[in-house]
Each structure stands twice: as C-alpha cells, then as structure tokens.
Design a protein around this ligand. Structure first.
Ligand code: AR6
Length: 188
C-alpha cells in the first residue's frame, strides 16, 4: 500500500489548515475511517466495482438501509450528484456515504455533477460529524470518466468545499488512477 500526504499550497491554504488530503493505493473497504464514500448508482441496490466491494464486505445491513431509503426519501432513486448515508455494517467505518456519479459523456458537460458528488458527500459527512472520510475515484471506473479529469475535479472540489472534515483520504484502486491523483494534487 502506498500513502502520500499532500501539502496543498496557495489557494488551498485556508482549507489545508483544517484538512489533510491523503492518497492511498489500495482497497477502500479496508480503511479505518469515520465514513467511506461509495460510488453507487441511483437504485442504491448495489452493483459492480467499488459498490460491489462495499456491499460484499459490509454485509446485508447496508442494503437493508438502502431499501428503506428507497421506500421513504428516495422512491425514484438517488439522483446523480446527491449523497446519502447508511450504516457501514461490518466495514471498519461508522457510515457509508452513497453518492451517484455521472456517466462520462464526451459530448455533454457533466463535470458539475461529478463535483457535486464530492461537495454533497462532505456536506453529509459534516452532518454526521465524520472527521475522516475515504473517497474512491467516483465515475472513473464503469462510468468511464478519464482518470486525469476525474482526479482534477475530485481534488479541486474537496479543497474548495468548506467542511469540518479533518482528513479526506482518496483510496485509489489502480496504479493509473493513483498516478492521476498524485499529479492532480501536485498541480494544486
Ligand atoms: N476500493 C477502491 N476503489 C475501487 C475498489 C475498491 N475496492 N474497487 C474498484 N475501485 P466504479 P463508477 C475503483 O466502477 O465508475 C457500479 O456498478 C475503480 O478502479 O466502482 O462511479 C455502481 O453500482 C475506479 O477507479 O464506479 C454503478 O452502477 C473507481 O473505484 C457504477 O459501477 C470507480 O469505479 C458506478 O461507476
């Protein structure tokens, strides 16, 4: 596992006083944090990629709460760019924050929706009182978002969002995506 502690500069200075950005090459389901962010889909019923891994390792308690959310607040599904929390079940975290990234489109500008995933996840984390939050590279897998652009939006949004979260830990599963985040952090 590789770990890089970012030292953000200039425009991010105010935010850096209260927040560390950490990059980890590894599996998000192994992270001991307050909240783990899930790159879910609108159904909240699970799927492949990091969503599948979180439900597998977290166990059925997560899906139970997702079902309740579908039966109450999100009958039509969780809209793209939104975030909502459930228990983390058997994961070494207190909560899972589910967010729905946009599917990448080469012809339509959807960056605002991807930024919204990070902003909304931090807002929910603040509501919960989560101090440490692990993020995957939302939309950068099955949803096809190019890694460098996904990394730029993720780091830029987290650094520019006012929050009480003390550590935002990006947990990147592949070397390619880890390298993209490393470059995006260095460019801040
Ligand atoms: N830990 C950290 N990152 C992971 C893990 C893991 N265990 N497994 C995969 N990744 P994806 P998306 C990385 O496809 O693009 C699901 O079916 C992966 O390498 O999980 O937002 C949902 O239900 C990639 O870099 O999410 C949706 O239908 C990143 O996580 C759809 O996929 C995101 O890849 C969402 O697609």
């Amino acid at each position: 596992m590789w770990v890089l502690i970012g030292l953000p500069t200039a425009e991010a200075e105010r935010q850096a006083e209260v927040m560390d950005i950490t990059l980890v090459h590894g599996d998000i389901t192994e992270q001991e944090v307050d909240a783990i962010v899930n790159a879910a889909n609108s159904s909240l019923m699970g799927g492949g990629g990091v969503d599948g891994a979180i439900h597998r390792r977290g166990g059925p308690a997560i899906l139970d709460e997702c079902r309740k959310l579908r039966a109450t607040r999100f009958g039509g599904g969780l809209p793209t760019g939104y975030a909502v929390a459930t228990t983390a079940g058997n994961l070494p975290a207190r909560w899972v924050i589910h967010t729905v990234g946009p599917v990448y489109s080469p012809t339509e500008e959807r960056s605002g929706l991807l930024a919204s995933c990070y902003r909304e996840s931090l807002r929910v984390a603040d509501e919960l009182g989560a101090q440490t939050v692990a993020f995957p590279a939302v939309s950068a897998g099955i949803y096809g978002w190019p890694a460098h652009d996904a990394a730029r939006i993720a780091i830029g949004t987290v650094l520019s969002t006012p929050t009480q979260v003390a550590e935002a830990r990006f947990v990147l599963f592949t070397k390619e995506v880890y390298a993209a985040f490393e470059q995006a952090l260095a460019a801040v």
